[in-house]
Each structure stands twice: as C-alpha cells, then as structure tokens.
Design a protein around this ligand. Structure first.
Ligand SMILES: [Zn+2]
Length: 155
C-alpha cells in the first residue's frame, strides 16, 4: 500500500518536472486549513513531512493574508499560526488583506510562474486551482499526506 502510494507520488512529481519545469527544492505554499491539519494530526515538522511526501527537498511558504486569517481564528488556531510563522512569506502585495483563498489564487496567477505546489484542505480552493495549468495539489487525510492526481485539464 505504502510503496504503491510512493510510486504514484513519484510519477506525479515527474509529470510536473517534465511538463512544467518544476525543480528542487520544490516550493510548497501552505494555507491555514493545511497548517491546522498538520497540527491536529501531529504531522510535524511540516518540512520533513512534505519532503517525505514528495521524496524531494522542499521549501515551505505561506502568505501574509493566510497568517492574518489564522490570527483571526483565535485560540483554536494558535498552534497552526505558530507553525505558519516558521514558513517563508511568499510576496502577495495585498496591503489590505484578502481572504486566504483569494490571496493564494493571486500568487499562483494564471500560470503559476513560480512553480508552487499548493497544500490546502479547502475544497473550493482546490477546485479553482485544478483549472489553472501546472498547479500540483497536496492535501491531508487524517495522518497522511497525498499528492493529487493531475486533473484531465492539467494533462
Ligand atoms: Zn495576500
């Protein structure tokens, strides 16, 4: 089971390196729902977990708007906020904060020029990103992390 999953993940990563020019260390932009999932399921440290998922070196990012949104969620999300503070901030140029979803959509743009993987559990955001070319998606289910199969649109 585990070996099968690793093999599937390697194949997906190869697809993005071959077709879209992704290079290590892979950049992964994480939203609040994903950071919360990592904490709630004790998947830490985040960078090790994602390096294992992608079987590659990774660099983790988030955005100022994601951090602001986590701050607004109060005590229940304080650990997720702490973990998000350890990530690199991807530039988003939103002086007035946007919702985390809108912010990530802006950072990815029409073609994901910076080659970000996006790690999120937000269903709406995932759906929107499936329609942008060259955006690999990572999500968590309980204590495991998965790389989503490229949508037919991606192919
Ligand atoms: Zn922003």
């Amino acid at each position: 089971m585990r070996v099968k999953k690793e093999k599937r993940h390697r194949k997906i990563v190869r697809f993005y390196t071959a077709c879209f020019g992704f290079r290590q260390p892979y950049k992964v932009i994480c939203d609040g729902t994903f950071m919360y999932h990592l904490i709630a399921n004790q998947i830490t440290p985040a960078d090790n977990a994602l390096a294992t998922t992608l079987a590659a070196s990774v660099k983790l990012f988030t955005t100022k708007c994601v951090i602001d949104e986590l701050k607004g969620l109060g005590e229940s999300h304080s650990e997720a906020l702490q973990a998000a503070h350890k990530l690199t901030i991807a530039r988003c140029e939103h002086e007035r904060k946007k919702s985390a979803d809108a912010c990530i959509m802006d950072v990815i743009g029409e073609k994901n020029p910076e080659h970000f993987f996006v790690a999120t559990r937000a269903v709406d955001l995932r759906k929107k990103l499936q329609e942008v070319p060259g955006v690999p998606l990572i999500f968590g289910l309980r204590n495991a992390l998965f790389l989503e199969q490229p949508s037919t649109f991606q192919r």
